[in-house]
Design a binder for this molecule. Structure first.
Ligand code: SF4
Length: 348
């Protein structure tokens, strides 16, 4: 038995061909699954009863189960979902001004082991399936208050999205498809810790916004806090970004989590200016959001502001992002506030 929510449009085309049905059946199924959020095959009333019975013999529809929701005083909602095999993942709804951003997890755990990240410290379990990626969007929709609408989607929760490449690319296609969730490319952002070969490919497989978690200005420091840097050092990463196709957008977002006495010196700020030359980018500075058990500390506000001033005076677009939902530890993965991306729309 296959879960219909694990199948992209192309997968459904192959399935209906296998069943000896016409290709338009794939479109019908796709619309019911991802646009109308059907939870039972019997809801698909424009499909004959005979075919529905046949489908029921081979397919089912299953999403994910919301186990817990925590709401922060600033309106941030973190929700915990249970998966079929007992894994648990987190997603977060973040309200800010006129935006409501959903931060989605792409893996259960993460293999990259970034030292400042709660997920990175707890190891890797597995890639999320397409049904579990789209399931987070359906779950978030069911938590919305009256009149609320998700405006932006960011893949910055648990996991490295580009390490779950095929499912993530399928998910992005469904998110931006008018017959799927119908979000604009400009409202979707994928954040990576810097898997260089995947970045080079991704620029041609998707048109969504790209954010890169840089967090250091020397290989020595970056390799210490982000072990992936030993494989793909800063130079290699930045040259992939210089070559990245922007699809009419103005920039890539560089995320820089400021950690006290690790990467927040004046020398770091000056080096950052230099190493980013030639990268069409906007910089998001995020003061580290400490969590229980971490060895790292948040820098003083004065230091954050000074760091910001140095970068800004050099002519970069740089924003200090708030860590939302501090009360509910909504600081997983790269979720640190880089949800301000719609000004990256073409022509702005
Ligand atoms: S910051 Fe992202 S890539 Fe790094 S360990 Fe955490 S989840 Fe993985």
């Amino acid at each position: 038995m296959k879960n219909l929510r694990d199948l992209s449009y192309e997968d459904l085309l192959a399935e209906v061909a296998e069943l000896g049905e016409k290709p338009y059946r794939a479109e019908q199924l796709y619309g019911w699954i991802f646009h109308k959020n059907a939870t039972e095959i019997d809801q698909m009333t424009d499909i004959s009863k005979v075919l529905r019975e046949r489908l029921k013999g081979e397919y089912y529809i299953k999403g994910i189960e919301t186990l817990d929701v925590k709401t922060s005083p600033d309106g941030t909602r973190k929700f915990l979902s249970g998966l079929e095999d007992g894994c648990r993942i987190e997603s977060v709804l973040i309200p800010e001004d006129d935006r409501l951003t959903l931060c989605v997890s792409s893996q259960a755990g993460c293999a990259l082991g970034c030292q400042f990240c709660m997920t990175g410290m707890s190891g890797f379990v597995r890639n999320l399936r397409l049904s579990e990626l789209t399931g987070q969007v359906f779950s978030a929709m069911s938590l919305l208050n009256e009149g609320e609408r998700i405006t932006n989607i960011v893949l910055m929760g648990m996991g490295e999205p580009l390490a779950n490449y095929d499912n993530v690319v399928k998910f992005l296609k469904i998110l931006s498809d008018g017959k799927g969730f119908n979000f604009s490319h400009n409202k979707i952002t994928v954040s990576t810790a810097g898997l260089v070969p995947a970045i080079r490919k991704f620029g041609y497989d998707s048109k969504v916004n790209l954010a890169v978690s840089l967090n250091a200005t020397t290989d020595e420091v970056r390799s210490r806090i982000m072990p992936i840097n030993k494989k793909y050092p800063i130079d290699e990463l930045l040259s992939a970004l210089r070559a990245y196709p922007l699809h009419g957008k103005k920039y890539i977002t560089i995320e820089y989590v400021l950690i006290k006495n690790v990467n927040d010196s004046i020398e770091d700020a000056n080096r950052l200016i230099k190493i980013l030359r030639g990268v069409e980018c906007k910089i998001n500075l995020i003061a580290f959001n400490p969590y229980p058990g971490t060895k790292f500390q948040r820098p003083e506000e004065q230091r954050v502001n000074y760091f910001h001033k140095i970068i800004s005076d050099a002519g970069y677009v740089v924003i200090v992002r708030a860590s939302k939902g501090r009360e509910i530890q909504a600081a997983c993965g790269q979720l640190k506030g880089a949800y301000d991306l719609e000004e990256n729309a073409p022509g702005q």
